[in-house]
Design a protein around this ligand. Structure first.
Ligand code: PXL
Length: 273
């Protein structure tokens, strides 16, 4: 069985990061090992969460893994809390990447803005960190921040997207996936570029009005599961767009607080096929 390690926080309430990555990757038949970077009572869109930083535990955990000879077929990083963590996880990647893939989701912001707690200096360091990856998966906000480009919402042309994707691979990863892409009303999806083959991909689904928290983490997790199972970049993006759209569809009529994320549990069975 393939085995990946995923490096991100655990937010106890508000489905995102590890609470979506672990079930999704497991459902896809891939062993998912967490390397938790922080423990939060909720994600940061709720007010004043309790946060326990786990930076000092990272080297203890990975030191033990080194002793027992732990190996992974892939490394997937998501929300990381600090610049010090970027340095520690960089060293972890150097030590543990082996022949596996390195998949980086530079989680920092959405809708044109940084999430609370992130700074322009962190953006610069994250752009450098992306050079460690084989595949990076920013949303349009994160891509624009890292490339020093103005974020213009959803009015991008195909040529704009191709240029952004090429510039993203210029950060050092050979493949880039751009999420939150929309070129016409009613459609939303992702675009990707493989600089080794020169191929571009565009995969769109039906857009549902509103903002659905945690869907970036769901998208990335499906990509990681698919890539670990040997699927191509294009197939991974297609599965991720399709699953994310299903999650939104089964949530849109739910009156629960939107910050609690999408009802992915209802459609998780799709991934087990
Ligand atoms: O879904 C991204 C994410 C992950 N982890 C934490 C967050 C967020 C987005 O707000 O706050 C703690």
């Amino acid at each position: 069985m393939k085995k990946i390690v995923t490096v991100q926080d655990i937010s106890c309430v508000g489905r995102c990061s590890l609470t979506v990555a672990l079930p999704i990757i497991s459902a896809m038949g891939v062993e998912a090992c967490p390397l938790p970077t922080a423990l939060l009572s909720t994600h940061t869109l709720y007010r004043e969460p309790y946060i326990r930083d786990l930076t000092d535990s990272l080297s203890e955990i990975t030191g033990h893994w080194k002793k027992i000879g732990a190996r992974f077929d892939g490394i997937y990083t998501g929300y990381l809390g600090s610049m010090r963590q970027l340095d520690i996880i960089s060293a972890f990647i150097d030590e543990f990447r082996g022949d596996g893939f390195v998949f980086i989701d530079p989680v920092m912001g959405d809708h044109g803005k940084l999430y609370s707690g992130f700074t322009p200096e962190y953006v610069r360091r994250m752009a450098q960190f992306c050079g460690k990856g084989d595949i990076i998966v920013p949303n349009l906000t994160e891509a624009c921040l890292m490339l020093g480009r103005e974020y213009i919402g959803h009015s991008y042309t195909k040529d704009d997207l191709k240029e952004i994707l090429r510039n993203l691979t210029g950060l050092g990863a050979s493949k880039a996936i751009l999420t939150g892409v929309s070129m016409e009303p009613g459609r939303l999806g992702a675009a990707a570029y493989d600089s080794d083959s020169g191929e571009y991909y565009l995969c769109m689904g039906d857009r549902v009005e509103g903002s659905f928290h945690g869907t970036g983490d769901i998208f990335a997790s499906v990509c990681v599961g698919a890539l670990a199972r040997g699927r191509s970049l294009g197939q991974a993006v297609e599965s991720a767009v399709s699953f994310t759209c299903e999650c939104i569809k089964v949530t849109v009529n739910d009156s629960a607080d939107r910050r609690s994320g999408v009802n992915f549990e209802k459609v998780l069975h799709i991934l087990t096929r």
